[in-house]
Design a protein around this ligand. Structure first.
Ligand SMILES: [Fe+2]
Length: 431
């Protein structure tokens, strides 16, 4: 049979195809209800595309437990007859499962080269670029999107991805125009809203950004939890640009932390916001214990250095030195491994960024500066987007200042604020 995009799928059951199509549409829109694929996987254990999509659902979870469940669905496919595209997707997902992220994204790029209408695989590749460092991978992400333009020029979900790829390449004008076009075609488009919010914050367009992002909130609350949380995080960051900590914390309490506190995205956004508030306005001591409680068991897991950097800072701030040490031991072991990802990012960059984050969280900022000095030029390869990686730029700035390296700090501040209108936050961070 064929799916909604005209791609061959190995099944003769139209309701199974409809379930797979429903998952693809919801994931592309970042809408609620993607978990329906789990019931579908029980109902159609012998339908490869349904099993592959269930594995995809779990791979997004980025915890060891989620990975174990993803593996069950990938193994289920081993015994099934699959067509060429399903086999290629199975291989790509298995590479992602094995943390072989670069090979995984290559496999996904090969799929969309052969089957340009497979927009879901392009969407999954977008997440792999995030894992590999989304700004670092920006040109590659953008080239991938450009290659698919002919097939999807009017698709609002594709346009949202394209807008974000342009933003990551600092082409703000193109990003803004395409995001607005996507929203004009389909207002229910949290990913286009997200691309737009990146443009507004990176350019320091704070008042405009606050108005737009506030207006997005009611719709966001009806979308998938990860994007609701993350777009709200961008709104909180705009409040912080005005040093309005009270407003940022209102967003934190209402839309970011404590709704699904075991979701990785919620943990990362909560930690990043509090960390930034601490660098701009002072300690947020009362917030850390509840976060530490939810991340302590997974801080030893190693998916990408971006995640561990957040974990060790939060744990250090919560006074959980024992867990920080265990997490750092896990990171050192991951960095010493012999696989491609260890050599690409963990050993040369990730380990130092994570150790720097732990030192910074423990108050040893001069040590944080020394750890970060050699790795900042490659920092964007640890994972995360451009806006998310600003966290580490601010951390490095604060480390240089605290270490008394004022000339270097001033030069670094000028470099990282060059593309935006300076805000009250920038003026606070300048000293
Ligand atoms: Fe973002």
């Amino acid at each position: 049979m064929k799916d909604a995009r005209g791609l061959d799928v190995t099944t003769d059951d139209a309701t199974a195809v409809a379930a797979a199509d429903d998952f693809a549409a919801r994931l592309l829109r970042l809408d609620q209800g993607v978990e329906a694929i789990l019931d579908a996987a029980k109902r159609w254990p012998d339908t490869p595309i349904v099993q592959l999509y269930a594995a995809t659902f779990w791979l997004y979870g980025q915890t060891d437990g989620a990975l174990e469940t993803a593996a069950v669905h990938l193994r289920a496919c081993d015994a099934l007859a699959m067509n060429t595209r399903e086999r290629a997707l199975h291989r790509a997902l298995a590479l992602w499962h094995g943390n072989d992220n670069l090979r995984a994204v290559e496999a996904m790029e090969a799929i969309t080269t052969e089957w340009p209408s497979d927009l879901l695989t392009a969407k999954i590749a977008e997440f792999l670029y995030y894992v590999l460092g989304q700004q670092y991978m920006g040109p590659r992400f953008r080239a991938h999107m450009r290659r698919l333009e002919g097939a999807h020029a009017e698709d609002p979900d594709f346009l949202a991805m394209t807008a974000f790829a342009s933003e990551l390449c600092s082409d703000y004008a193109a990003a803004e125009a395409v995001a607005e076009r996507a929203l004009a075609i389909e207002p229910r488009n949290p990913w286009a809203q997200h691309a737009l919010s990146h443009v507004l914050i990176r350019q320091g367009r704070v008042a405009e950004g606050l108005a737009r992002l506030e207006s997005f909130l009611p719709l966001l609350a009806t979308c998938g939890r990860p994007i609701h949380c993350h777009d709200a995080w961008h709104l909180a960051l705009l409040h912080l640009e005005q040093l309005d900590v009270a407003a940022a914390m209102r967003v934190f309490r209402t839309h970011i932390w404590g709704i699904t506190p075991d979701f990785v995205v919620e943990q990362l956004d909560a930690i990043a916001l509090l960390w930034r508030i601490e660098m701009a306005a002072g300690p947020m001591d009362a917030q850390w214990p509840s976060i530490a409680e939810h991340i302590a068991t997974r801080a030893i897991e190693t998916f990408m250095p971006f995640m561990n950097s957040h974990y060790v800072y939060a744990l250090a701030r919560a006074g959980r030195a024992d867990v920080v040490e265990a997490a750092l031991a896990g990171v050192r072991a991951r960095s010493a491994a012999d696989d491609e990802e260890a050599k690409r990012v963990w050993a040369p960059v990730g380990r130092a960024v994570i150790e720097g984050a732990a030192a910074f969280g423990a108050g040893d900022r001069a040590r944080a500066a020394a750890l970060l000095d050699p790795v900042m030029p490659m920092m964007t390869s640890i994972g995360g987007s451009d806006a998310q990686d600003d966290l580490f730029r601010q951390t490095y700035l604060r480390s240089l200042q605290a270490a008394g390296r004022h000339v270097e700090a001033a030069a670094y501040f000028d470099a990282i604020t060059a593309a935006k209108s300076r805000t009250p936050l920038d003026r606070a961070l300048a000293n």
